[in-house]
Design a binder for this molecule. Sequence first.
Ligand code: IPM
Ligand code: MG
Length: 350
Amino acid sequence: MTDLLLLPGDGIGPEVTAQVRRVAEALTPDLKLDERPFGGISYDQLGTPLADETLAAAKASRAVLMGAVGGPQWAGVPRDKRPEAGLLNLRAGMNVFANLRPALCFQPLADASTLKREVVEGLDLMIVRELVGGVYFGSPRFIEDLPGGGKRAVDTQVYTTPEIERVSRVAFELARGRRNKVASAEKSNVMDTGLLWREVVTDLHRREYADVELTHILADNAAMQIVKDPKQFDVLLTDNLFGDILSDAAAQLTGSLGMLPSAALGVAGTPGLYEPIHGSAPDIAGKGVANPLAAILSFEMALRWSLDRAADADRLFAAVGKALDGGARTRDLGGTLSTVEMGDAVLKAL
Ligand code: IPM
Ligand code: MG
């Protein structure tokens, strides 16, 4: 059985996952790795961004680590064959409904954020984003021509009680191991899905998690609070679309999108999907300057959440901190190290 399936994907994906491979080979040489094409490169080679065999291999692995997908060269491809569609189908196919997106400010990077040091220093926020429902997957969705000219486009935001409940449970459980606080963000003031979201979270909290401090916050206000006073949050629970937006905002607090890993988890015993939050970054792809730390930290999360190797995860996390303490900086962090040199720095710290 494959322990870790690597899906390097497009853009800077192959460059950063190559560093994950080096780290895995040094830290956990007994893990069985495999690698498959995914995203735009898979579309070019196989005519689809996610081949059936790739999805089957993902489901048969213990953990999957993706680099990044997409790029301008696939902009004209029909939407269901685009690299991003491959990613959505992978998430849905693996049924990884709970997306953990930590925003952690490493001490030596407190000045790398565009926000003031005192706002971000010591930040440790965990966004829990619902990942396989909502407007990303709701039907109907279409663009139609209107008789008088012009068009009409429809997306559908849809959530059910069990979908909200299972991701909320993950947020409450996580909070118990942290600072015991959950803020749930929705738009219950204008959306029915928001109303249901608030109701289900409130109910579950009363039934099973009354010991956790729960607050409800409107998603727009959450965006403001994230840049105003992010340290007020511990776990921030939200839906697929709001989670997409709020996690990009939170990422900037930490200095660079190049620092942030994520884990997408399904039901217990099924493989998790690990992705750096940054995209394929076509502007710097192939130049060897991308920051591999988000990918390396995604591997750290895989060790912790899917591979049952918490001690190795701790070692790797400490090694990343040590490399940063020692001044290792890629360009996004204001330094000059290449992707490979940052990999070297982590290996040396290990
Ligand atoms: C993310 C990305 C994806 C998303 C895209 C690439 C489909 O922005 O993981 O946040 O919207 O979920
Ligand atoms: Mg996003």
